[in-house]
Design a binder for this molecule. Structure first.
Ligand SMILES: [Zn+2]
Length: 261
């Protein structure tokens, strides 16, 4: 049986560890220390590192982990990550030999130009592209690219478990409620998420079904989202990409209690 456990790093990163009580693969180890602590405590042998994009809070621990474990490092073909051994692009497959698990690779540019996701066995590791109730900032891509990437993820099955790179859910819900005050599912989610956060419990994974019901960045074709985006810009917006671009820049201006990466 596979276990997927968040290891916390920095202020709000999650490093996801996939393990079977013997072997472990780690997704986006921005910091090696908490991963090494976890591996020692659980007596696990690292067998692979998977990176979604080049930001240091996702790859910064690679080199230190490699000093202790000689393992393959998977990551995006089009980003400069010095420790990569396997450069991946859309359509590639990652078979982790020690697990009954393989991932297909999706290109999801927008947050960074070469960002990839890993999808398999109803699990999605999407780094900083799709967050619970939000999406990543557009550091290197266009709204068109990010919208297309999010649509690609939204096309996966509803029951897909969504493992994101950060705990931003509550702040994201506050923004989503401003965009879609009439969305009842958001109110229910906020109550659930508040309780979890009060107990310092991660709000992830999410599911794609939940994201489609609550995430404004996946709901750019919904009337209330279109109207709110239009009100923000003071213009009527002709298509979902324009709606997406408007709410993404609105979010950048929105008073958020957490920094966002
Ligand atoms: Zn990032």
């Amino acid at each position: 049986m596979l276990h997927i456990v968040p290891v916390r790093a920095f202020a709000d990163n999650y490093i996801w560890v996939i393990h079977d009580r013997c072997h472990a693969a780690v997704v986006d180890p921005g910091d090696a220390a908490p991963v090494l602590d976890f591996l020692r405590r659980e007596n696990l042998q690292l067998v692979a590192i998977l990176n979604t994009h080049h930001h240091n809070d996702h790859v910064g621990g690679n080199a230190t982990l490699l000093r202790e474990f000689s393992v393959p490092v998977y990551g995006p073909a089009h980003e400069a990550i010095p420790t990569l051994t396997h450069r991946l692009r859309e359509g590639d497959n990652v078979q982790l030999a020690e697990f009954p698990l393989s991932f297909s690779v999706l290109d999801i540019p927008g947050h960074t130009a070469g960002h990839i996701a890993y999808y398999g066995a109803n699990l999605l590791f999407c780094g900083d592209t799709l967050f619970a109730c939000g999406c990543g900032r557009l550091f290197e891509g266009t709204p068109q690219q990010m919208h297309a990437s999010l649509q690609k993820l939204a096309g996966l099955p509803d029951e897909t478990q969504v493992y994101c790179g950060h705990e931003y859910t509550l702040a994201n819900i506050h923004f989503a409620r401003a965009v879609e005050p009439g969305n009842q599912a958001l109110l229910e989610l906020e109550a659930t998420v508040k309780k979890l956060r009060e107990q310092d419990i991660p709000t992830l994974p999410s599911t794609l079904m939940r994201e489609k019901a609550t995430n404004p960045f996946l709901r750019c074709n919904q009337l209330e989202v279109i109207q709110s985006a239009g009100n923000y810009l003071g213009a009527s917006l002709p298509d979902p990409v324009s709606v997406f671009a408007a709410i993404r820049s609105w979010k950048n201006d929105f008073a958020a209690p957490q920094r966002e990466q």
